[in-house]
Design a protein around this ligand. Structure first.
Ligand code: 2PG
Ligand code: MG
Length: 412
């Protein structure tokens, strides 16, 4: 039987230049699984802690001090690897060793197993035979916590090429729209320097509506019909605007202060006006009832939980009971362990909650989420458009398209 022969961690850097952890899990002295850990800027309160006290060094010490506990295990036995991690840190949020510990060891183990068996990673993550490409969801314009002062309050405007017949066609549409949006923004705003947000979307000094209008114009200039070839989506990351004390959403750029009820009207109006197909975290992370109002009103829009559901099965169960969303983000490092993230995905699929596997704003050049998105039956894969750490995931999708095992694009 294949066995893990070594586990080794090191400090490396993410796309924001912050320190992070990378872990090598080696099977039979030969097959290397290597994973580095991303980090969020708009982090949900109920996510696990990435690093103890925010210190990657502490996580690294924990990895290197406990590495021998993984030696001899089967890298394919995700449950056993997960339980071994849980013996080391059994806190709900991995406050002792950091969720990064669980993230890097679980993914590296599965990658190492995939190399041992000479199969692609998605193949060891699922035994389903019908696999499809998720639609790549690309960030074309950034604001909020992902961009500088003066940019829109909406954290992300996203392009979804749902009319595409192939993954190459889909990613090319995203590149085209991103490129054309730059032209539109140059024409619109003489101060626009071509600056970009953390995820590679443009970061102009304009308000929410101007940003959405420019994005629609970019699609129209290219001849794409909104609602047919492509649609826009948004991530409001509403918890970052929510002021609990005053019970209002504070929009700094648009100088708006909205009550919960006004926020629902505001979002509903954006969905209608811009034919949005996707709205993430439309209201703040504790507002399960407000989210359910939107889910009920817009059954054909992806009303998506991110900070709301934080890749946590227990919280998802609550959201399902209250019908608070019809789609949910899957970010493995919100859960920590890949084992828990896959359980979350199973539960979502069983309950017709559409999965969107997602990158973080602080990324690395790793590309395993392309495989995780496919193996979990994700409808969309939120991976950005440009920037090396985003393109690495896009290019992995192109490589995966060389396998006959994937049967075209998912249908929304
Ligand atoms: C989000 C993500 C990724 P962050 O809010 O969905 O786009 O951002 O990684 O900063 O949480
Ligand atoms: Mg989000």
């Amino acid at each position: 039987m294949q066995k893990i022969t070594s586990v080794r961690g090191r400090l490396v850097y993410d796309s924001r230049g912050n320190k992070t952890i990378e872990v090598d899990v080696i099977t039979d002295n030969e097959y290397v699984g290597r994973t580095s850990v991303p980090a969020g800027a708009s982090v949900g309160r109920n996510e696990v802690i990435n690093f103890p006290n925010g210190e990657p060094e502490k996580c690294l010490d924990a990895i290197n001090n406990n590495s021998s506990k993984f030696v001899g295990l089967d890298p394919m036995d995700l449950k056993c690897i997960h339980e071994t991690i849980r013996e080391i840190d059994n806190t709900d949020n991995y406050s002792n060793v950091g969720g990064a510990f669980a993230f890097a060891i679980t993914i590296s183990s599965m990658e190492s197993a995939s190399k041992f068996f000479h199969v692609p990673l998605f193949n060891v993550l699922t035994n389903k035979s019908k696999l499809e490409f998720p639609i790549p969801l690309g960030n074309i314009l950034g604001g909020g916590l992902h961009a500088g002062i003066g940019t829109p309050d909406i954290q992300e405007i996203l392009i979804c090429p749902h009319g595409s017949k192939s993954i190459r066609n889909a990613v090319e549409i995203n590149f085209n729209v991103h490129r054309e949006l730059q032209n539109v923004l140059y024409q619109k705003n003489l101060n626009f320097t071509g600056g970009r947000s953390d995820e590679g979307g443009w970061a102009p000094e304009i308000n929410n509506e101007e940003a959405l209008e420019a994005s629609c114009k970019a699609c129209e200039n290219l001849g794409y019909v909104l609602g047919k070839d492509v649609s826009l989506g948004i991530d409001l990351a509403s918890s970052t605007q929510w002021d609990q004390k005053h019970e209002k959403y504070i929009y700094k750029h648009n100088q708006l202060q909205l009550t919960q009820e006004q926020q629902i009207e505001f979002v509903s109006d954006l969905i209608d006006r811009y034919k949005l197909i996707y709205v993430e975290d439309a209201t703040h992370q504790d507002s399960f009832d407000a989210m359910s109002e939107l889910t009920n009103t817009f059954p054909n829009v992806f009303i998506t939980g991110d900070d709301l559901t934080v890749t946590n099965k227990r919280i998802l169960e609550h959201a399902i009971k209250l019908k608070s969303c019809n789609a949910a983000i899957l970010k493995v490092n919100q859960a920590g362990s890949l084992y828990d993230a896959l359980k979350f995905a199973q539960h979502a699929n069983k309950n017709n909650i559409k999965i969107i596997t997602s990158h973080r704003s602080g990324e690395t050049i790793d590309s395993q989420i392309a495989h995780i998105g496919i193996s979990t039956g994700s409808k969309m894969l939120k991976i950005g458009v440009v920037g090396g750490e985003r393109v690495s995931k896009i290019n992995e999708l192109i490589r995966i398209s060389e396998y006959d095992l994937i049967h075209g694009m998912t249908q929304l």
